[in-house]
Design a binder for this molecule. Structure first.
Ligand SMILES: [Zn+2]
Length: 351
């Protein structure tokens, strides 16, 4: 099969990619071979002057259409050497031993695992002799670092289009540290009853948009909706605090604009926790599980509305603690969560 740059036309069917794919196509046509083989997506972002998230999403469309493919790579945390590499994430062994330095341990999506991408042969054939340039690779890595596999896996679009083929349903992968939140719309059942289904549903949709936008603006991801609630993730505590409090303020805006008073006001119950979790494929999508996820869900139950219940783990970071104080009023509480053996300390944050 001859290579064909016009295969990019297939991206026309994704309206969200419309602004981007012609530039990617032109880059693929012009670039030097070593810029298209096992390339750090952050390099593409730099060359195309796109943000990280938009680059990852355009790449996701391109991979879904077989215009690009991915390389999942495990690197030794001790010596930096390559432990294993495969086009299928599920083919990587959880437990690794470094042949160079003897390090032995479990690999995690946000730690040892990185992701790179290559243009597909059907789009442009890259001569074996010129596609590898170790000097170029070294320079890119020293300037941009590696892209943690979690950065791609955590994108909602990636999980939707490529999640199931990325991780077979009987496998899981660990994440060392992630911020997980759950939100729930307080009194939504009563809201439907008082305002009628159509009006209540319009407000519920508007509330979803407010949350999605606030989370996305801080680099987080809304993973899924559960009834009138949202489960989402952030990479670090400060982004989570900013994103979630922005969502709360956004709902206040909606309340003002729609003149919602008293019981009709939209009030968000949010719980947020941070820690290790696992990624698995469930219902053909990548999803997050584990104690961290369960605790975040329980904390959201404790929120009284228009309030975030933040776990102590999140505020152990001094900068996050300062930020939380600057965002609103904090009140500590001791609580025993259903299903957990020990009481934990959490904080109520009202903005
Ligand atoms: Zn090593």
């Amino acid at each position: 099969m001859p290579s064909d740059i016009h295969a990019f036309d297939r991206l026309k069917k994704y309206p969200q990619a419309a602004r981007y794919w012609p530039a990617l196509r032109d880059f693929v046509a012009r670039a030097r071979p070593h810029e298209l083989h096992r390339i750090n997506p952050l390099y593409l972002a730099e060359r195309l002057r796109w943000g990280r998230n938009e680059t990852l999403d355009v790449l996701t469309y391109a991979v879904a259409e077989n215009l690009w493919h991915l390389h999942w790579e495990a690197y030794c945390p001790a010596c930096g050497g390559l432990l294993q590499e495969d086009e299928h994430l599920g083919a990587l062994h959880h437990h690794q031993v470094c042949r160079a330095c003897g390090w032995e341990g479990e690999i995690a999506l946000d730690r040892e695992l990185a992701v790179e991408a290559s243009v597909s042969e059907r789009v442009r054939r890259l001569p074996l002799s010129t596609r590898e340039d170790p000097d170029f690779r070294r320079k890119v890595q020293s300037r941009l670092g590696r892209l943690p596999a979690l950065a791609l896996v955590n994108r909602p679009l990636f999980r939707e289009l490529l999640g199931a083929q990325t991780l077979p349903s009987d496998q899981s992968l660990g994440v060392e540290s992630m911020v997980v939140f759950f939100s729930d719309l307080k009194g939504s059942t009563a809201l439907y009853e008082r305002l009628g289904d159509a009006q209540a549903y319009r407000l519920v949709r508007e509330h979803f948009t407010v949350i999605f936008d606030a989370v996305e603006a801080e680099g987080g991801a809304a993973v899924k909706t559960i009834g009138d609630g949202v489960m989402g993730t952030f990479f670090e505590p400060q982004a989570a605090l900013r994103g979630i409090t922005a969502a709360l303020r956004g709902l206040d805006e909606v309340n003002r604009r729609e003149d919602l008073r008293g019981e009709d006001r939209l009030r968000l119950k949010v719980g947020v926790h941070m820690g290790a979790c696992i990624v698995v494929t469930l219902n053909h999508r990548l999803d997050y599980f584990g104690t961290t996820v369960n605790v975040a869900a329980r904390l959201s139950d404790l929120s009284r509305g228009a309030e975030v219940v933040v776990s102590e783990a999140l505020l152990q970071d001094a900068a996050a603690r300062r930020l939380a104080r600057s965002l609103g009023e904090i009140q500590p509480m001791e609580t025993t969560l259903r299903g957990l053996s020990r009481p934990i300390t959490a904080y109520r944050l009202r903005v």
